[in-house]
Each structure stands twice: as structure tokens, then as C-alpha cells.
Design a protein around this ligand. Structure first.
Ligand SMILES: *[C@@H]1O[C@H](CO)[C@@H](O)[C@H](O)[C@H]1NC(C)=O
Ligand SMILES: *[C@@H]1O[C@H](CO)[C@@H](O)[C@H](O)[C@H]1NC(C)=O
Length: 512
């Protein structure tokens, strides 16, 4: 499931191993030791604090120690350095959600915690902290802005006279947009208040602010992010992190040796054309052939292309024998955008109706069609085939619901194995089974999540209450239908409650 994350694991390992051993230089007095009695106060009152959460036994923490000390030594006049021993101060680390050691996080006046995700060597961390300790918006002249452009940097410009409300909102966004600096330009800048400059394409984009109270930070971040994204860059962690939650397609161009100039030009051109919809990455096979295979290529032919929608996880794998030229790629992109391209599915073929059991089983091939059926309320159940608990739900309470609802032709129900590759994160599968009712009417999709473990009664009630197409509640099944069931399953809701504490999470984090 979610093979794209393989890439993250891989690069994290590469980064972890790249740690430089810095020389020992003990200046511990520059690093504040924070504990349960002395944490919140410190974090809230200092302008900028960089905190290291560690455990005494952890190897990477030991390797980081001298680097962290050097960092503190060099930068202690710009910000404060602190550390928390998570063995001694468990509450703090729990509260902060520390999941691995060491974790490094930056705080500004207690707010906007930012976990450091870069390489753990002196230079990278210093660079990060020097940037972080700059004033949020730097007043600048037209000449300075021209200099920045020459350095091929990307940045945000706000008119010095811009409304305070916008300025204040921008200041709050600084940590979210740490890959972009903010400059205020104090001139008779003509017709815009807010703009970004893409240092790679050397283009400037103006942000339309309709009304002040509608100025939405998150929208601006997403906009600025895609507008300033490098046109065709070797994929790396910081770049990937920028777009991993955006609703965009990422095209991965896998190559060996060097990238032909015509391809470089082709993808840079396409990146401008499809700005905001498609991101273009190159990926040298020597970084990881496994990644090439995880995106469903043989690893024998280069260059090859895979496309994945980062949000929906839809995957498209281009034939290895196709010629990469403008017309082919353009058509391929267009066919993805107009929904006619062939999706790549990991999961098995659809299951024949005659092989179906109590509740109809979907696979990636027919899932989308099922949940977008017009004129029907569709109940979809996410479960995991190999989990006994799922067998129980599907053969007992939900099978009864299926039987009871048989005569209602505005209703359909089915289930899908949540441990396969085909389910996008939008379904929020933190527990299984998870039940949704999805309805399509007049072009609108309504999706309701059931928040209880499904019993026959509460599922019937859930459908009744949320169905767009109303129906008469069908009577419970006559007694004789119950004969072949085990005696314990008589009371569904009681049984469901008992099962609740054995709920497993689908793989989600384990495979990271
Ligand atoms: C720091 O800022 C410079 C200049 O904008 C930029 O090139 C660099 O990537 C930034 N470094 C980090 C770690 O954010
Ligand atoms: C979708 O795009 C492809 C490629 O441009 C084109 O050949 C096809 O006719 C389009 N289909 C629809 C339904 O628009």
C-alpha cells in the first residue's frame, strides 16, 4: 500500500548516513536542558528556540551531539538551543508527539512548531537556522530584489505599503513557506500587493487578493508553492515534501546517464504549460532502481515515465517502448486530465459475480465506478481480507443489511480490501472496518462516514438517516434466516463492542 512512501524511507536512510562527524567541542552551557518543570515557559517566551528531543541510548543522538554543540556555539547569539531527554521527561515528548529520536524542532514564541527534516550535518542545519532567524519580512530596495533575481532564488514580494492585515497574515505563514523568503519592496511598485518570483523560470506571478478578509493563508501557500516550484528538477526530499499533500500530478522521468537536452527542454516547457496541475521530476536510476520498480517499470529500459497523483494516489505507467516527444507526452497528459488514460492498478482483477459471497467485493478496477454511481446511495465498507474481524462483520451484521436492502433499487453496497494499493488517503482509514455512504445527485457527491462499528441495527439506521433517496425501512429478516448462524452473534451490537478493542490499523505507518 502507498508505495510512494518507499521513497521517503529510502532517502531518510541516505540522509541519516550522510551525517558528518564534527569535532568535539564541549560548550554545554549554551544548550538549555528542559524538563517537565521548565519547558512551556521557556518555549513560549523565547523568540526562537531550536529543541533537540533525544534518548540517551540512541545511536543517531550520540552522533548528533557534537554537531548540535557546534551549532549552538556558532549561532547562540541568534537563537536559543535546548534539549529534552525523553527518558526523563516523557510527558513533554508525548505531548509533542515525538515518534523518533532524535527529533529537532524550531519554535517561534512558542507557536508554529516546525520539525527539522533536512540533513543532520552542521552546514545544512546552520543554513536552516540562519534562514529561520531572519526577520519574517525583509525590507528591501528595488536593487536588492534585482540581485535576488540574478541569484535565481524564488521569493515572495509584498508591497511595503500593503495592508497590515495581509502583512500580519504573511508573517504567520513564514514557517510554512520556509523554502521561500519574504521581501517587502518599498517603491512605487505598480499594480500588485503580493507576488512571487520563480527563480528557475525567471517568471513573476501576481497573487489576486479579492477581499482582505478572504485572504486565505493556506490557499496562498499552495499557490505560491506551485508557482515557484522548479520546472524540472531531480527529485529530493525537501521538494517532494512541498507537494506531497497537494492535489497535483507528479511526473517522474527515470533516466540513466544524462538527460538529453531535448527532454530537458520538453519537460521545462510542459512544466510552464501545466503549472499548478503537474509537477515534473527527474530521477537518476542510480539513486534507487527499486524506486523505478516500485513505480512499476522493469528497470531495464530508460528513460521511462510514471505519473502519480500525490493526493489520490492514482498511478499511470507509460509504456516503456513509447518515444518520448512533445506530442506523445502532451497527449498522455491530456488523456490523464480528461480521465481517459489507463490507470495502473496493483490489485487483482474484478471478482466475477458468481464468485461473490454475502457482500459484493470490489477491487481497484471497479471501486471508483461504484462510488460514483449516479442515482444511488452506495454503502462502501473498507476491511482487510485476512482479518477475522472483517469476516465476522461481512458475513454477519453487514450480510443481514445486504439481504434486508435487496429490494431497494436506489441502494447498493459493497466492500473493498483496504490493504491493497488502490485506496486513496482521502478515505481516512484509521480503523477498520470503516463504513461510508456515498451518494451522487445532481452532480454533487455526498460522503458520510459512519462513526460506529457496524451492527445490523445501527447500519440500517445510518443508511436511513443519510440516504439521499429515501425508502421505507425493510423489516428485519424472518427468524429462519438466522438458523445457520452461531449463537453468539445474536446480538450484533454487543458483539461489535467486544470486537472494538481488537481493531487493527491498516498498514498505514508500518510500511514507511
Ligand atoms: C536559506 O535561504 C537561501 C536563500 O533564500 C536558500 O537558497 C536556501 O535554500 C535556504 N536554506 C534552507 C535550508 O532553507
Ligand atoms: C482526451 O485526450 C486525448 C489526448 O489529447 C484525446 O485523444 C481524447 O479524444 C480526449 N477525450 C475526451 C473524451 O476528451
Amino acid at each position: 500500500m502507498m508505495k510512494i512512501f518507499f521513497f521517503i524511507t529510502l532517502l531518510s536512510i541516505v540522509f541519516a548516513e550522510a551525517d558528518n562527524a564534527a569535532q568535539e567541542d564541549k560548550r554545554p552551557f549554551e544548550i538549555f536542558t528542559l524538563n517537565n518543570n521548565f519547558y512551556g515557559n521557556f518555549i513560549d517566551h523565547e523568540d526562537i528556540v531550536f529543541v533537540k528531543y533525544y534518548a540517551p541510548w540512541c545511536g543517531h543522538c550520540k552522533a548528533l551531539k557534537p554537531i548540535y554543540e557546534n551549532l549552538a556555539k556558532e549561532l547562540h547569539n541568534k537563537l536559543k538551543f535546548a534539549e529534552v531527554n525523553c527518558e526523563e521527561s516523557k510527558e513533554i515528548c508525548e505531548k509533542e508527539g515525538i515518534e523518533g529520536y532524535p527529533t529537532l524542532a524550531l519554535f517561534r514564541k512558542g507557536r508554529s512548531k516546525k520539525v527539522y527534516g533536512g540533513e543532520r550535518n552542521l552546514e545544512a542545519m546552520k543554513n536552516f537556522l540562519e534562514n529561520a532567524s531572519l526577520p519574517p519580512i525583509i525590507e528591501s530596495t528595488k536593487e536588492e530584489i534585482e540581485e535576488l533575481k540574478k541569484k535565481e532564488n524564488s521569493f515572495v514580494i509584498i508591497k511595503s505599503e500593503a495592508d497590515d492585515q495581509i502583512r500580519n497574515k504573511l508573517v504567520e505563514l513564514v514557517d510554512e513557506l520556509d523554502y521561500l523568503h519574504f521581501y517587502a519592496l518599498n517603491t512605487e511598485m505598480d499594480n500588485f500587493e503580493l507576488a512571487v518570483y520563480n527563480g528557475d523560470s525567471k517568471e513573476m506571478f501576481t497573487y489576486e487578493i479579492t477581499t482582505l478578509d478572504k485572504f486565505n493563508g493556506i490557499e496562498f501557500i499552495d499557490w505560491a508553492n506551485t508557482k515557484t516550484f522548479p520546472l524540472f528538477h531531480q527529485v529530493n526530499m525537501p521538494l517532494f515534501r512541498r507537494i506531497e499533500n497537494l492535489p497535483v500530478y507528479t511526473l517522474w522521468y527515470f533516466y540513466q546517464g544524462t538527460i538529453p537536452k531535448v527532454h530537458e527542454d520538453l519537460f521545462r516547457g510542459l512544466a510552464k504549460k501545466y503549472n499548478g496541475k503537474f509537477i515534473f521530476f527527474s530521477f537518476n536510476k542510480i539513486i534507487s532502481e527499486d524506486q523505478v520498480k516500485h513505480m512499476h517499470h522493469t528497470g531495464n529500459v530508460y528513460p521511462v515515465i510514471s505519473i502519480i497523483h500525490t493526493n489520490k494516489r492514482n498511478m499511470y505507467v507509460m509504456d516503456e517502448d513509447v518515444t518520448i516527444d512533445e506530442e506523445t507526452i502532451n497527449n498522455y497528459i491530456e488523456s490523464i486530465l480528461n480521465g481517459t488514460a489507463q490507470l495502473y492498478y496493483q490489485s487483482s482483477d474484478p471478482i466475477k459475480p458468481e464468485d461473490q459471497k454475502d457482500v459484493f467485493k470490489l477491487t481497484g478496477h471497479n471501486f471508483n465506478e461504484f462510488v460514483t454511481t449516479k442515482g444511488k446511495d452506495s454503502l462502501v465498507i473498507f476491511c482487510v481480507e485476512r482479518a477475522d474481524m472483517c469476516k465476522y462483520f461481512l458475513t454477519t451484521p453487514l450480510a443481514k443489511v445486504a439481504k434486508r436492502m435487496q429490494g431497494i433499487d436506489t441502494f447498493q453496497m459493497a466492500w473493498i480490501d483496504a490493504s491493497t494499493d488502490d485506496i486513496s488517503p482521502e478515505w481516512n482509514l484509521n480503523i477498520i472496518p470503516k463504513v461510508y455512504l456515498v451518494s451522487e445527485k445532481d452532480g454533487e457527491t455526498k460522503k458520510v462516514e459512519m462513526n460506529e462499528m457496524p451492527s445490523e441495527e445501527n447500519t440500517m439506521k445510518f443508511i436511513m438517516e443519510n440516504a439521499l433517496f429515501k425508502f421505507e425501512m425493510p423489516a428485519p429478516l424472518p427468524e429462519e434466516n438466522k438458523e445457520d448462524e452461531s449463537p453468539e452473534s445474536d446480538s450484533d451490537s454487543e458483539e461489535a463492542e467486544k470486537k472494538e478493542d481488537v481493531i487493527e490499523k491498516p498498514q498505514e505507518k508500518k510500511e514507511l
